[in-house]
Design a protein around this ligand. Sequence first.
Ligand SMILES: Cc1cc2nc3c(=O)[nH]c(=O)nc-3n(C[C@H](O)[C@H](O)[C@H](O)COP(=O)(O)OP(=O)(O)OC[C@H]3O[C@@H](n4cnc5c(N)ncnc54)[C@H](O)[C@@H]3O)c2cc1C
Length: 477
Amino acid sequence: MDVESYSKRIDDNRKVYLDGEIVKNVATEPAFLGAVNVINSYYRLQVEKPETHTTLDRSGNAIAASLSIPESVTDLQSKRRHYKEIADLSFGMLGRTPDFMNAAIMSWAVHSEFLGDSSATSYSQNMKDYYRLCCERNLFVAHGAINPKIDRNASLGSSEHPFCGVKVIHTNEEGIVVSGAKMIVTLAPIADEIMVFNMPGLKPGDEDFALAFALPIASPGLQLVCRKPLSRGGEASFDYPLANLFDEIDSYMILTNVFVPWERVFVFKDVMRSNQFYDRSFARNHAGHQGAARAISKGEFVAGVASKIAQDLELSLSPNVQEQLGEIASDLEAAKALVERSENQSQADDSGTFNPDIAAIHALRINFPRMYSRALEKIRSLAPGSMMALPTEADFKGSNGNLLREALGSTNLNAMDRVKLLNLAWDLVGEGFGQRQLTYEIYHAGDPTIIARSQFRGYDWEKPRQSVSLSLSNIDD
Ligand SMILES: Cc1cc2nc3c(=O)[nH]c(=O)nc-3n(C[C@H](O)[C@H](O)[C@H](O)COP(=O)(O)OP(=O)(O)OC[C@H]3O[C@@H](n4cnc5c(N)ncnc54)[C@H](O)[C@@H]3O)c2cc1C
């Protein structure tokens, strides 16, 4: 298994733009360094703890554990431990680490029969081959599923706008040529490859957009334009302790006449299969399972921040603070229970693969953002003024340093440690970094209101209804 070459691999001809400039080497760009370090640590885990982070495929080769095919509840539990330890590298702040797409790619490959074939190629076989490639090369694959919201009144097929989605322009014997845009592709600037597909919702007439394919980030014609970085450069880690280590860069992807060979095409001009791509393959279940394990890591971190502030700022004896911390702990325990339920309720499908239970995954996706948001409000309420009145590292190094060391210490903490802790808390609840993290928690897997409607449609209502029927039958007419 290749665990060494990641930083070298991503130093290629890719077209990544930051602040109007092309990035010469994404592996050394300061704005990406925190995330690059986490991905390098991800690969190192495979060497340091192979029992958790690798598995043997059916031919006896070591592969990343996130690519393993779960054949029991125990296998899913092992995968969760793998996801969780990866998430712990960033306290859950990086959502799109390689294990996220790996979980989905495994599921697309195992359930690829429905992708079918055409006279040009076998989409089903292409997906199996791509899975093998990801296993062999230990790739980091990002994804682009969401189309830019250009004109909500026009279907993709009827829109004249060249960037309303990704569209096939022409085909030849070797492959297809695509152009267009995807709205947000997180961590793609530092990934090896990108998987491009659609979420369900395409309509007849949208055939040219009904595609799924994978391609290297360095493909000619592929451009990534990054959002404003949230990290502040290596010197400012004291002042921005989380932002500087864990800014998970997002970008906008533009494709201009990009060639994709047939063997990398999984859905081609097929609205039905495009709409089935994420759910019929159970990719949502497996990517959701990874996301759930990551959420626990983040839940533990925010619980830790709240508890440490309460302890170190001598708030723990106050009954209302105890109540708030008790609520944070209870939310965390409920989230853990949902992840375990998604595993315990999983069932083998025709392929023998155990798919995490989608009702539990949806429940976590609907509830975790609320829990997370409540925890941030509580942290804010524990130290609102204290988080505002913080000198910078430069102040401590300047002529006022000794004075500030004396003036800002408290019973339990010296001044520097107190400011460090409060800076970290403010990164989480106040800074742009924290706001992006909150937005990610709420929306990264689709709007929770849309997930709730999906839960409504797919839920087994029979049992709850039966209890009401039983109750009604006991009432005398
Ligand atoms: C930080 C972050 C990182 C992300 N990373 C990635 C990534 O790497 N790859 C990727 O593919 N995607 C990514 N996403 C995209 C994410 O999947 C979408 O943001 C999410 O699906 C919500 O879609 P939207 O932002 O387009 O909202 P919209 O669809 O524009 O919706 C906006 C609002 O309108 C409402 N609305 C829209 N349509 C309807 C409707 N039909 N009925 C009722 N209400 C409606 C929604 O409820 C919502 O409140 C990321 C998102 C975030 C925030």
